[in-house]
Ligand binder design. Structure first.
Ligand SMILES: Nc1ncnc2c1ncn2[C@@H]1O[C@H](COP(=O)(O)OP(=O)(O)OP(=O)(O)O)[C@@H](O)[C@H]1O
Ligand SMILES: [Mg+2]
Length: 223
């Protein structure tokens, strides 16, 4: 099933001399059970594409569907609800709350989300990512790579049908890249989730079912 669909999407920021067209006529679809990798250099439009695909920001033109529902036809409240229940984001800036411990970041999600993985599954996930010893720490006490892995675990904790990850391996060493790559592939292949990763990290290529290139806001399919 097509879980994420973009149809002729454009995104323009600013106007006059400050006008930037970050996304140029992108049509894209991602099915459940598959990991799509979008590769592109810095400033090519990766984060803009991903946040539009997940309904975090609106396109200037074109349509975005999540689970078959046209996001543009929803009220802000309905859109938030759809996102909360279906989409797990791993954002580029990690987006962790600095005044909550790692454990509390998960508890916060548990309060607002309709479904989460079990505490036992969470324990296993934290161990797999090598962050099980950090649950009582605050984000400012963590390294970039540790924050990155907490952000990944947080996205997976809410058991989303769609996982959208922005540079999820930027701060990780090669060994951890393999762990995270395998984890994301397993979510797609074993749990039937829809996984989209945007990155410039070529090390993730081998984990992908489909590879796309985004250059200067334009997307092409590679395989
Ligand atoms: N909110 C915004 N206002 C104005 N311009 C923006 C905004 N967000 C992104 N842009 C511009 O859109 C283009 C694409 O930005 P985007 O962040 O999507 O690139 P990226 O591929 O994610 O880059 P990076 O690899 O450095 O994260 C850039 O030229 C950027 O300056
Ligand atoms: Mg980016």
């Amino acid at each position: 099933m097509k879980m994420i669909e973009l149809d002729h999407v454009n995104k323009i920021f600013g106007n006059g001399v400050g006008r930037v067209q970050a996304i140029k006529d992108i049509s894209f679809a991602a099915k459940s059970g598959e990991l799509s990798l979008v590769l592109g250099p810095s400033g090519s439009g990766k984060s803009t594409f991903l946040t539009i695909a997940g309904g975090l920001q609106k396109p200037t033109s074109g349509t975005v569907k999540i689970g078959g529902i046209d996001v543009g036809s929803l009220s802000a409240k309905e859109r938030d609800r759809l996102r909360l229940n279906k989409v797990g984001f791993v954002l580029q800036n990690y987006d962790l709350l600095p005044y909550l411990t790692v454990k509390e970041q998960f508890q916060l999600i548990q309060r607002v989300s309709s479904q989460t993985i079990s505490q036992q599954e969470l324990k296993k996930l934290l161990k797999e990512l090598g962050i099980d010893q950090l649950v009582n720490k605050y984000p400012p006490q963590l390294s970039g790579g540790q924050m990155q892995r907490v952000a990944i675990a947080r996205a997976l904790y809410q058991k989303p049908a769609v996982i959208l990850a922005d540079e999820p391996t930027a701060a990780l060493d090669s060994q951890r890249v393999q762990v995270v790559g395998k984890l994301l592939t397993n979510l797609a292949h074993q749990r039937g989730e829809t996984v989209i990763v945007v990155t410039h990290d070529e090390r993730l290529r081998s984990f992908a079912d489909h590879v796309y290139q985004i250059i200067d806001g334009q997307m092409t399919m590679e395989s």
